[in-house]
Design a protein around this ligand. Structure first.
Ligand code: ADP
Ligand code: ZN
Ligand code: ZN
Length: 804
């Protein structure tokens, strides 16, 4: 008997183990580990993942059911990815099925459909109306009838046994096909026919001639080139001269873009040294982690590309992770220009189908390099030669839902498995990585000089409190305004950066100070001017902007702070001739909008680019000579121990946008806390001093990289129950950990209520705790029932980046 161990598609504690199924004789030798199958489970059919094929089972064989059907012809997971899945469950405490699904594109998730089917021997007994519903079909989708008045009748017929319900498991994504026309007769025969065709059959003649040249063409192309219709092709089919076939086509998001091939540049000394160090690991097939610490514009990307070149020449594959890649089309372009059709691109801006197609190019080994956002780390390559993570400090590499993995950890797992180097690049490495490099755990390579030896731009800090004292109530300091005006006169471009949408544009009553908040979350609503709406960015709640204060009825209700829209308005008022492009979530929500706006700016169709986070990264425009940061403090005051680090990184990144080419650049940072070290040191471009300073704080308060953190968040609709669960959890954890571990809380979370649920958190700080994951697992199992009912939610994050 051949048995398959299957993980079924139900993310829950009770089903979080392999179930054994008999492989039916016709599938023996075909079913392999890593394939998706359809299996009966209870009364349903479910998708499942085969993790092992074996000859024995611990179950009584008569209790085992056979596999219903096979989903894949080739495994979607290889041995390594199956191991990686297991590792993810252990290190992030997720269910095996969640780990496996995280590694596949969303299009490969299962879709469960229900059909109803006539049972042939009972057809004569079926009610007339029901038979009419079926027409001449034997089965119809339940979704076609579930909203009709016939439901009751159908249910009766099902109970009678006249019709039955059958389940269907399908893949969400569809493979796209295209019709191709192919010549199926010999050239001589076709030439002969051509000669004998009557003059009236001119279209047939044209089509045949075109096919004689090409042999095969997409139907659409053939018809448009010969200006004919399908009827022409059909008459040729009747004469058995051509055939029409469905052929798979890829949905290529970059299809109508052309890329000019670039050649490797002659490296600088520093770049050569960096490449040499990585090249050595490549030669020796050893796993090393390199921290490539290099200021923006120091040529890191060029080094990545030349290292990849070595890897591809060895016949191996490469993974490059870029943060939120859809936001940096320039980066994609550089890789496409260098490596052409050997590159697959994976990011959240692609449609479900496009992502699916890119993934399959990787699986079929049609590409050797993937450039992508976080989940591209799971690319199903089998012979990886290098993994590169650019901007390694970016928090978007951490997934904030189960499995809560960090792409850097996954990269190191895969690097070890494939015995290949992992390169982490950044101008402002995370404290964790920089500390590891200092200890020699990672190998550090350093690029200190910008290309063409352009100095980093001088940064001026403006104290906005002084501006107010001097009577300037505008959101632009006098200095920034003066420099903006100067740029306009010279025809140079400026970038204005405003921190994170939403945080600042809340609505407040000037008379009583009332701030309008979300009725479901303890968070102020954000004002959206165009729609005149107030929105909650946590739960999606929306309401119309009110004209009166809900607390005191005063009419003096205004939105405060500086959203991008408000800045844009003020800009148009103060500098009516300036052409402004605004980039924020609102203006870039449409597909392709981001790239279009950037292109416009790049082509010089605007003087000022105004935007949020999304303009901080990777932009490289030669004509930008001024960067203004409107409010540097917004991120400094969030309740997160990484607030100073994030502020430093962001300011450094934004400053790097100025003066990247021939024209020298400058930066103006506006702030209410000019004395803060993260602002001061960012202005000095002094990462190492910041590192030293920040490490002192981390050590003093027991934060990473000195301690590990685990954050447990409990939420409940009833605050008393929520706090009681959180207290029990804290007590349980304390009991199982060593005295060196610190368990803080429970306390109310910084966002104490979200979606009408009250939130409490416990933080665990520790160095080494062998029992931690077991203790945490016990908790999850203990509360499984309550969680399944939705009463309580418990999330455990073993390496939290979101402290809210
Ligand atoms: P980083 O990734 O460190 O920000 P880039 O790789 O983007 O730096 O390099 C900055 C600029 O310098 C780019 O325009 C790039 O083409 C150019 N560049 C990089 N390396 C070289 C080199 N060796 N010679 C000439 N130009 C280079
Ligand atoms: Zn009021
Ligand atoms: Zn809300």
């Amino acid at each position: 008997m051949t048995i398959a161990s299957v993980i079924v598609d139900i993310p829950a504690s009770q089903t979080d183990r392999p179930f054994d199924y008999i492989i039916p004789p016709e599938l023996v030798g075909i079913v392999q580990a890593g394939m998706r199958v359809v299996v009966p489970f209870g009364t349903r059919l479910l998708q499942g993942f085969v993790i092992e094929v074996k000859e024995t089972t611990d179950m009584p064989i008569e209790q085992l059911k056979p596999i219903h059907s096979l989903f894949d012809v080739v495994p979607v997971f290889n041995e390594e990815l199956l191991q990686l899945g297991k590792w993810l469950t252990e290190t992030t405490l997720c269910f095996m099925v969640s780990a496996l699904q995280a590694m596949l594109p969303a299009a490969m998730k299962a879709k469960y459909e229900k059909d109803i089917r006539l049972i042939e021997q009972h057809i004569s007994l079926v009610h007339e109306d029901v038979r009419a519903l079926f027409g001449d079909r034997l089965a119809i989708p339940w979704s076609d009838v579930e909203k009709t008045p016939y439901v009751r009748l159908l249910q009766k017929e099902i109970a009678n046994g006249h019709i039955e319900v059958v389940y269907r498991v399908e893949e969400k994504g569809k493979i796209k096909t295209e019709k191709w026309v192919e010549l199926c007769a010999s050239d001589e025969h076709v030439t002969h026919i051509l000669a004998s065709l009557s003059t009236r059959a001119i279209k047939q003649k044209q089509v045949l001639e075109r096919l004689l040249a090409a042999r095969t063409l997409p139907l659409k192309q053939l018809l448009s080139e010969t200006n004919s219709t399908f009827a022409t092709v059909q008459s040729l089919m009747k004469k058995q001269l051509v055939t029409v076939k469905e052929q798979e086509v890829y949905r290529d998001p970059y299809a109508n873009r052309s890329f000019t091939k670039t050649k490797p540049l002659a490296l600088t000394d520093e770049q050569r040294k960096a490449l040499h160090a990585i090249g050595q690991a490549l030669d020796e097939d050893v796993h090393d982690v390199f921290l490539m610490y290099g200021v923006t514009g120091s040529g890191k990307t060029e080094v990545y590309m030349q290292a990849i070149d070595i890897v591809l020449k060895k016949g191996k594959e490469a993974i490059v992770l870029v943060p939120e890649i859809s936001l940096t089309p320039q980066m994609v372009r550089r890789f496409k220009e260098r490596f052409g059709s050997r590159v697959a691109v994976l990011h959240s801006g692609l449609s479900l189908g496009e992502k699916y197609d890119e993934w399959r190019k990787i699986q079929r080994k049609e590409v050797q390099l993937v450039v992508g956002a976080r989940s591209a780390i799971f690319a199903p390559f089998e012979n990886i030669g290098i993994i590169i993570i650019d901007e390694e400090h970016e928090t978007s590499y951490k997934q904030e839902e189960s499995p809560r993995y960090h792409a850097r950890d996954v990269a190191i797992f895969r690097g070890r498995y494939h015995r290949c180097p992992v390169v982490l690049g950044s101008a402002t490495p995370s404290l964790e990585s920089f500390a590891r490099a200092k200890k020699g755990v990672y190998k550090q390579v350093t690029l200190t000089r910008r290309m063409n030896d352009h100095a980093l731009p001088p940064v001026e800090i403006v104290d906005m409190r002084e501006e107010l004292r001097a009577g300037n109530r505008s959101m632009f300091s006098r200095l920034l305004f003066e420099k903006l005006t100067e740029r306009l006169q010279k025809g140079e471009q400026s970038v204005l950066f405003l921190n994170r949408r939403g945080y600042s544009s809340f609505v407040m009553c000037r008379d009583c100070g009332h701030v309008i908040q979300c009725p479901h979350c303890d968070i102020s609503l954000t004002y959206h001017r165009v729609q005149q709406q107030l929105k909650c960015h946590y739960c999606g709640y929306e309401q119309r902007m009110s004209s009166h204060c809900p607390a005191c009825q005063s009419e003096h209700i205004r939105f405060f702070g500086t959203g991008t829209q408000k800045v844009e308005e003020e800009l148009t008022k103060l500098l009516p001739h300036a052409r402004v492009i605004r980039m924020d979530v609102d203006t870039t929500s449409r597909k392709g909008a981001h790239e279009r706006l950037l292109n416009e700016f790049g082509e010089g169709n605007a003087d000022i680019l105004l935007g949020t986070q999304m303009i901080a990264k990777g932009l490289d425009f030669p004509n930008v000579t001024l960067v203004g940061v409107l409010a540097a403090d917004t991120m400094l005051h969030v309740p997160d121990f990484r607030a100073a680090e994030k502020t430093f990184q962001l300011l450094t990144q934004v400053s790097g946008r100025a003066g990247r080419h021939h024209l020298p650049g400058e930066v103006v940072i506006q702030t209410y806390t000019p004395e803060h070290y993260s602002i001061q040191l960012a202005a000095d471009h002094h990462f190492e001093a910041f590192y030293e300073r920040e490490m002192i704080t981390r050590k003093k308060h027991g934060y990473p990289p000195f301690y590990y953190l685990t954050l447990i968040t409990v939420s409940h609709v009833d605050p008393l129950k929520g706090v009681s669960v959180a207290e029990k959890i804290a007590a349980h954890v304390k009991k199982h950990l060593s005295p060196e571990a610190v368990v803080l809380g429970p306390v109310a979370s910084p966002i104490a209520r979200m979606n009408d649920r009250y939130r409490y958190q416990c933080m665990i700080k520790y160095k080494r705790e062998a029992n931690l994951t077991t203790a945490l697992r016990t908790i999850v199992e203990h509360y499984q029932r309550d969680m399944a009912r939705g009463d309580v939610t418990i999330t455990i994050d073993l390496n939290p980046y979101m402290m809210m």
